[in-house]
Design a protein around this ligand. Structure first.
Ligand SMILES: NC(=O)c1ccc[n+]([C@@H]2O[C@H](COP(=O)([O-])OP(=O)(O)OC[C@H]3O[C@@H](n4cnc5c(N)ncnc54)[C@H](OP(=O)(O)O)[C@@H]3O)[C@@H](O)[C@H]2O)c1
Length: 405
């Protein structure tokens, strides 16, 4: 679906920490007078002007839209082919924007990692977006592009060789360096808050197939890892990986939306490599403590107040040095149907959450706006919506490498 609209892309939330990085990426990579027509949007014009002067120049158009103002969202979504949003927590501010995108047949991409909200969006919009040709694509940052596109890359390679079937893939985080922003922390806290209030939300969060289509929420995979255990595939101690909660569900949704092209009995899980021997085990136990504290801190509790003080506030996040010197290294341990094994890797050249994420989200938006994609529509995952076209952009422009070891 190609539309001629005033803008190819509008970045909504461009005054926020991640949104301004996306704007800066588009400005440096695609400029403002070239083939890509784009604009920055947010709720506060003065703040947008200030951020624009830091990350771009005055030729970038600015648009005001507030999550509480449906008229402004309707106008925003009518003016662009793609809305790229970094306004989060999405469960608080994102729903009316998706309503307007589906209504106005505007493609959409975001950085939501909020499983309970994505479930609501699927239930409300998948069928209508599917029938009117709109692509709504969640999870276009570190969660969950490296996981979703990593598995897509492996399965494509295996299919092309036409010899074996990759039955089981275990993603292990072998190395990561970066930080967290205030917006990400607020989104995590919001998920936690909603899960404490509503048992049904908690059930969606822990269901391994919680983002699969209705009636297709069963399979061989179990809950995400919650303790430190010895892993036979990597021959290391492994511990929980915080993003597994969303990434594994996205990979399973991709499989389901593709008519189970990875197989109905395909298994997938994620964890963090902690090392070998006693050292690896102790490192694993110690590294789970901060996560356990953040996730168990009840709303309003003393622990939550302390964590709130320590972690960054809205608009704050890792500095340039931390972003540019950051990286991630993900290994995918593959078991084929004949029992043989292989290892693939996905590597990112900047910190996962912001440096790399802003490039992944920027390229996703450009891919949705400019590339000749298949007609598939609905509430989709990155690999289902964009497939090879996105893979090429990630490799060529976003600093990701996909390879077999
Ligand atoms: N999946 C990933 O890998 C990944 C990575 C990074 C971030 N994220 C997610 O991205 C989101 C943003 O994170 P961040 O650190 O960039 O947060 P942030 O700095 O707090 O930015 C939030 C943005 O939302 C805007 N906003 C807040 N309320 C609004 C409203 N009522 N109407 C319109 N705009 C409103 C803010 O506007 P003002 O500037 O005017 O306050 C700001 O531009 C979070 O949900 C985070 O979890 C995900």
């Amino acid at each position: 679906m190609k539309k001629t609209r005033e803008f190819d892309i509008i970045i909504w939330g461009a005054s926020g920490f991640t949104g301004r990085l996306v704007a800066n990426y588009l400005f440096n990579k695609y400029g403002i007078n070239g083939d890509l027509k784009w604009a920055m949007a947010g709720r506060n014009l003065d703040k947008l002007k200030l951020i624009r002067s830091e990350v771009a120049n005055e030729n970038v158009p600015l648009i005001v839209a507030d999550s509480n103002d449906e008229v402004s969202l309707n106008d925003l979504t009518k003016r662009a082919s793609v809305i790229c949003t970094t306004v989060g927590p999405y469960a608080k501010y994102g729903s009316k924007l998706v309503d307007a995108c589906v209504e106005n047949k505007t493609h959409y991409c975001d950085l939501a990692g909020e499983v309970q909200w994505i479930r609501k969006i699927i239930d409300k919009h998948h069928e209508s977006a599917k029938s009117n040709g709109t692509k709504i694509v969640n999870c276009c940052g570190f969660d969950s592009i490296p996981s979703d596109m990593g598995v897509y890359f492996i399965q494509n390679d295996v299919r092309n060789k036409n010899i074996k079937i990759a039955k089981h893939i275990e993603m292990r985080v072998a190395g990561v360096s970066g930080g967290i922003s205030g917006g990400t922390y607020e989104s995590l806290s919001h998920v936690n808050e909603e899960a404490h209030k509503d048992k049904n939300i908690f059930k969606v969060l822990i269901n391994p197939y919680g983002l699969n289509p209705g009636g297709e929420q069963e399979g061989l995979d179990k809950y995400d890892l919650r303790s430190v255990v010895f892993d036979k595939s990597s021959k290391n101690w492994i511990g929980p990986f915080i993003m597994a909660a969303i990434n594994t569900k996205i990979v399973r949704r991709s499989n389901a939306l593709n008519g189970y092209s990875y197989g109905k009995d395909f298994k997938y899980d994620e964890a963090t490599l902690c090392g070998k021997g006693l050292f690896g085990r102790i490192k694993g136990i110690i590294s789970t403590i901060p996560l356990a504290i953040i996730m168990s801190a009840k709303p309003g509790s003393f622990v939550k107040k302390i964590v709130d003080k320590i972690l960054p506030k809205a608009g704050e996040g890792p500095d340039k040095n931390k972003r540019e010197n950051g990286f991630y290294n993900l290994r995918f341990y593959i078991t084929y149907d004949d029992g043989s094994k292989d290892v693939a890797k996905v590597i990112g050249d900047m910190d996962p959450g912001y440096g790399s994420t802003s490039k992944m989200l920027g390229e996703t938006a450009v891919c949705l706006a400019k590339d000749q994609l298949s007609d598939v529509s609905g509430v989709l995952t990155p690999s289902v919506a964009m497939g090879d076209k996105l893979l090429i952009r990630l490799k060529n422009n976003a600093g990701l490498t996909f390879s077999f070891k």
